[in-house]
Ligand binder design. Structure first.
Ligand code: HEC
Length: 427
């Protein structure tokens, strides 16, 4: 196995996802060497050091930690040669009603086997389409299945009544996730195998927050993503009813997947992907087309409120605050992504003294202003720390630390360890 994280995940692959409740604490002999590997790889990093990075609002240290984690997640997996995270479980595996198929018999890229819940579909169907998939590492997926957190009945049984704005008893959370749990969300743009396509690019300094959100159709600039060989410098392309002459960037500057027949079939069955293909390619997906990675969210359970980071593609990603501290070994297409990190909902504060802003243009800029600002001033933790079953206001932007009044209500609820997918996807 070619990577430390890879060795570690292979070490726990022996267990099918549908672990019987109660076996989680019992370590088997097969797991022990894997645990040693995790320590050697410094993942999860010691909690005390991460707490210190958070307490001292040490942005440089926080960024270096996130780059390190991203380096491990994107390292090539053997023998598939995919980045590690693309070999993990998708939401369909994790939230399946029946027990998920044993890992060994499932193909990589299973994250793309989307089966969105009604709630998730409703959330995405209104806006401009984007292919968004979630990825759960072994530790996260096993914890969810072992505790049956993919079932609404389990979450319901954990709810606690809140009366008069106060909790009846101590606030309850779902069983504590292991610190090695990682959950990602990735976003993809279609690129034709045989022709350039237009793609919006987010330039942070050009945008003014709009009350209705700043989703990609409103972005000021676009590039053309072109086949690498013999591509001209500029090319005329059409998107969203407008034809423009745009600069060409090669598909090799993105992490991208070339679609085989099976993936084409999968994507053709998925309404959002079909809509996006029609809009960008002007036709359905075909074998030989590509999906280019435009955004990647990462959350690790290394701290109780999780550690959050996010990547997005940019055509000049070598400078500026979001390129800072990128390690040299994160080469290839990965050097074209900018990154931001959230260890805290407030600190380090923004220049104007307001709580810290951390968002991904592809995934959060779209959120409308519902009183505390739009997606452009959102922060991963400020939103995710409100995750409860049942879900209340999952797409509402809040700023800063959680206020007790936000969590309180008269309905019975349970916190879902910062994961919104639990209340939104559970069956
Ligand atoms: C205003 C609310 C909001 C903000 C801000 C937000 N998210 Fe989320 N996030 C959600 C919701 C709702 C979901 C689940 C539904 C979906 O996939 O769209 C989700 C899903 C996720 C998931 C999949 C796992 C899960 O169960 O929650 C990850 C990982 C994630 N977000 C990371 C981030 C990161 C990193 C940031 C900050 C850069 C961020 N989110 C900002 C609302 C938010």
């Amino acid at each position: 196995m070619n990577s430390r994280l890879g060795r570690w995940s292979a070490g726990v692959l022996f267990a099918a996802l549908a672990t019987v409740p109660g076996t989680l604490g019992a370590r088997t002999a097969a797991e022990k060497p894997a645990v040693r590997d995790v320590e050697r790889a410094q993942f999860p990093a010691p909690e005390a050091s991460l707490e210190k990075l958070k307490r001292t609002a040490d942005l440089g240290g926080q960024r270096r930690h996130l780059w390190h984690v991203l380096g491990e997640l994107t390292r090539s997996h053997s023998p598939s040669r995919l980045p590690q995270f693309l070999t993990w479980s998708g939401a369909k595996d994790v939230f399946a009603i029946t027990s998920a198929a044993p890992l060994a018999t499932r193909s990589p890229l299973r994250a793309f086997e989307v089966e969105e819940s009604a709630a998730a579909r409703a959330a995405h169907s209104s806006g401009p389409p984007l292919i968004v998939v979630a990825h759960y590492n072994e530790a996260a997926a096993r914890h969810i299945r072992a505790n049956a957190l993919q079932r609404r009945a389990t979450l319901q049984s954990m709810t606690v009544s809140r009366k008069g704005g106060k909790l009846d008893t101590v606030s309850r959370d779902v069983p504590t996730f292991p610190r090695s749990a990682i959950v990602l969300k990735s976003a993809w743009w279609p690129v034709a195998g045989d022709a350039p396509v237009a793609m919006p690019v987010w330039d942070a300094e050009l945008h003014i927050a709009a009350a209705g959100g700043n989703d990609y159709p409103s972005w000021r600039r676009m590039v053309a993503v072109c086949p690498t060989h013999g591509a001209p410098r500029t090319v005329e392309v059409q998107l969203m009813g407008r034809t423009r002459r745009l600069n060409c960037v090669g598909i090799d500057r993105f992490y991208h997947l070339r679609l085989d027949a099976a993936m084409v079939e999968q994507l053709r069955n998925e309404p959002t992907a079909r809509k996006l293909a029609a809009m960008v390619l002007g036709r359905g997906f075909r074998t030989g087309d590509h999906l280019a990675l435009v955004a990647l969210h990462v959350a690790t359970r290394e701290l109780p409120d999780w550690v959050w980071g996010t990547l997005w593609w940019h055509d000049s990603a070598m400078s500026g605050p979001f390129a800072a501290d990128r390690p040299k070994n994160l080469g290839g297409p990965w050097s074209n992504y900018l990154m931001n990190v959230a260890f805290d909902a407030v600190h380090p504060r923004e220049r104007d003294g307001s709580p810290r802003v951390v968002f991904n243009p592809w995934l959060e800029a779209r959120f409308a202003d519902s009183g505390q600002g739009s997606g452009m001033v959102s922060n991963c933790i400020s939103c995710h720390q409100r995750a409860t079953y049942p879900a209340i206001g999952p797409f509402e932007v809040t700023r800063g630390a959680r206020k007790n009044t936000q969590a309180a209500g008269t309905i019975a609820s349970v916190e879902t360890s910062s994961l919104w997918s639990l209340p939104l996807q559970a069956h």
